[in-house]
Every structure is written in C-alpha cells, then in structure tokens.
Design a protein around this ligand. Structure first.
Ligand code: AMP
Length: 195
C-alpha cells in the first residue's frame, strides 16, 4: 500500500504514521527525520538544511525531490511505503505524481489529519514544555511560523488530492490515539466503523 500522510505540526501525525506502518508492515518515510539525521551527522545535506529547518521554513522542492526519490528507490519501498512530511507543497506533489507514474506505481490513499488551530497551539506548547530534549523547531516562537507555512504551502495539497477520485481521506484528529487510529483504518477500508 502506498500512502501519503498530511497534517499540521502537532496533529499527532508522527504517532499515527508509526502505528499505521507497524500495522501494515511498510516503511515509514519521514522527510523531517531524514533531514534531522543528516543535520545531526553534519553531512553536506545536513549543513545546507540545518539552518532552514531551525527557522521553521521549508527546504527547496528540488532538494527534497532528490532526497525522497533516492529513498524511494531502496528495495524496502518496492511493495509499499508511507510518506510522512512529503509532499509539503503543490510542486512536490506534482513531482511525486510524475515519479510514481514513471515507476508504474500508484498512490492508494492520501490521509489528511485535521486538528483546529487552537488545539494545535496548545499541544505544541505542551510538547515543548514536557520534553527534556525538545526539537529546536518546537520553540513557541517557531510554532506560529510553522503553522503559517503549513497553511500557506501544505494545506493547498488537500484540494490538489481532493480533485483525484477517492484518494483523499480527511480524518478528525481530536480524540484518543486509539480513536484516531480506528478512524484511519476505517477510512482506508481495513476496519468497520464502530456501531
Ligand atoms: P517535520 O519533522 O516533518 O516537521 O519536518 C521538519 C522540517 O524539515 C520542516 O520544518 C522543514 O524545514 C523540513 N522538511 C521536512 N520535509 C520537508 C519537505 N517535504 N519539504 C520541505 N521541507 C521539509
């Protein structure tokens, strides 16, 4: 199964993606994680993307397409994968479409996890306060910036994918982790709705 997962920072995307990939037995490709590892290891890529990530801005589409196409070419992606944090812009989504078609594959589902802005701000500032080693980009002043970038650059993907028959599944991200996971499984046809 090939899945794209979309959601603003703080929506619980990481947790649900980890759970879903564990359930389906497919690799979890998080571009944020790939970049954080590169940054930590001070690779040439890491040195370029580090300051961009710390400012809450997006890395360029060309660079990201290079990163993800290299990762998608690995053997473990042959039978499916979940993309978390990619695509993040309409040009990235267009480039992904071209890449997928060229490799004779197709996307099965695009899952949008939706949580309203006030709830997101609360969750993100709580995450920052509660973690002993919070992410640099979880600083409260950057939260607003990252939410703004999501709204401007990534939210348009919802319309982009809504225009493709049956691909987009919008999930209410408010509730317990189990509730949200159940909604996702129902939306992709793997579980029946609770009565
Ligand atoms: P994330 O962990 O997905 O929130 O990503 C952390 C940071 O990595 C983002 O704020 C961006 O700076 C960068 N990043 C991750 N994925 C992408 C992408 N697809 N396009 C551009 N920048 C990205």
């Amino acid at each position: 199964m090939r899945i794209v997962f979309i959601g603003p920072p703080g929506a619980g995307k990481g947790t649900q993606c980890a759970r879903l990939t564990g359930f389906l037995g497919i690799p979890h490709l998080s571009t944020g994680e790939i970049l954080r590892v590169a940054k930590q290891n001070e690779t040439p890529l890491g040195r370029v993307v580090g300051p961009i990530m710390d400012s809450g801005e997006l890395v360029s589409d060309d660079l990201m397409m290079g990163v993800i196409s290299e990762r998608l070419a690995h053997a473990d992606c042959r039978d499916g994968y979940l993309l978390d944090g990619f695509p993040r812009t309409v040009p990235q989504a267009e480039a992904l479409c071209v890449w997928i078609q060229a490799t004779g594959q197709r996307l099965d589902h695009v899952i949008e996890l939706r949580v309203d802005k006030d709830e997101l701000r609360n969750r993100l500032s709580m995450r920052f306060r509660n973690l002993s080693n919070p992410r640099a980009d979880d600083r409260p002043e950057l939260i607003i910036q990252r939410l703004l970038v999501y709204q401007m650059e990534t939210k348009p993907l919802v319309n982009f994918y809504a225009a493709r028959d049956g691909l987009l599944k919008t999930i209410n991200g408010i509730g317990t982790m189990d509730d949200v996971f159940h909604r996702i499984l129902v939306a992709i046809g793997l579980e029946k709705p609770a009565r």
